[in-house]
Ligand binder design. Sequence first.
Ligand SMILES: Nc1ncnc2c1ncn2[C@@H]1O[C@H](COP(=O)(O)OP(=O)(O)OP(=O)(O)O)[C@@H](O)[C@H]1O
Length: 414
Amino acid sequence: MASDVDSSENLSSDDPSALPFDPPGNVRMTAELRFKHTDDRRPIVNQYLRGHRVGKGQHGEVWVCWDLSDSRRELAIKAVKRNNPRAEKMNLLRRRNLPSSPHTPLTEKLGSAEYKIRKEIAIMKKCRHGHIVRLLEVIDDKLNDRIYMVMEYLAGGEIKWRNEQNEPVLKVDQCRRICRDVILGLEYLHYQGIIHRDIKPANLLWTADRQMVKISDFGVSHFSYAQHLAAAGSGQVLDNRNDPILLDDSDLSKRAGTPPFLAPEVIAEYNNTDPSPSMISLATSSTIPSSKSATQIYSSATIHASTSRRPPITKAIDIWALGVTLYCLLFGRIPFRSSDSSEYVLYNIICNQDWSPDETMGYDHISTGGRHPKSKNTEGAIVMNFLDRLLQKDVNKRITLDEAKVCLILYAAE
Ligand SMILES: Nc1ncnc2c1ncn2[C@@H]1O[C@H](COP(=O)(O)OP(=O)(O)OP(=O)(O)O)[C@@H](O)[C@H]1O
């Protein structure tokens, strides 16, 4: 088998349950795929015995598998088709009405499916942290135009946060612990210069014992060398020079993520109560399908820096998305919703309307005390104040991860 270990990262990969701030581990890059079946017709991809399918996304399918080589470890294997004609067609339809740009982004040169997977791999290769799903091997099957990503398996699956009646199913303390895990994961990502851009409950996976969550799905994430230097200090050098895809900044100008979780600065052109007709047509050209209001979008529109008021897009967008996520976990519903499922209405609500809590939060029905609780020391008041700071529309007033950590420590100590 033609296999080579990424030479830019020369630390051994051993412990799968890496502790926070572990150095990056090796990701095996394998250029050959062997496919066979067991006697009872179960598929084997190289040394991985494939089990049942655990998930299906826009671009790929994920199966549980077992490493037959030595460890017999239970892992996850994601298969992505390099060229995805359906997704390409959707993108083409979306792009049709948009103004053309003199600079053709790499997304369009490579085709969005291949770009997405290559970027996801490049970003995951940089990460080794206890709250980030870890990539172990990439199998590049050129013959069949597929790429396989072998990852650690999160057996608890996606966080289930509401029941059929849209009521919360998690206790407030569980929500707090999920929040803590995401903050630790984001702290590591931001230190690496990575903006996740799609934090939401569906991208947070439980470990088998449901004691911990890990951040997954880096399909629309962005690596910024400038942010990495800012976070890590200018003495740091880029540790992955072989990945030009990481240096392509064109995709930060795309509106990527999941509409109800987008921060106001990402959709700043909707921060306007009297929109121009062109603005409405821009938004309605990609109306949110009603049943899929929490589906990821990518490049439905290029963000134009036409407005001088536009704040820069920074890692603070992940903090906003964490606020939306925490609200979902506490109340079993999304804080900003549009009644008619149009993107324009939703974005206008996100930019211009305040959120409101229910009387109680969590499965354990703890009183919130309302949007601005009178007493400051109740559990409800502490959580509402935390949400208020995460969901600050003004990016300069939004809480930082350092401050969020302090809030959570104080909250846990109450
Ligand atoms: N490491 C993993 N362990 C367990 N389940 C996983 C793992 N990775 C993904 N899944 C499951 O598979 C589903 C699809 O995975 P993923 O979101 O990565 O695919 P995708 O094609 O990138 O999706 P999309 O682009 O639509 O967000 C997830 O929703 C999750 O439930």
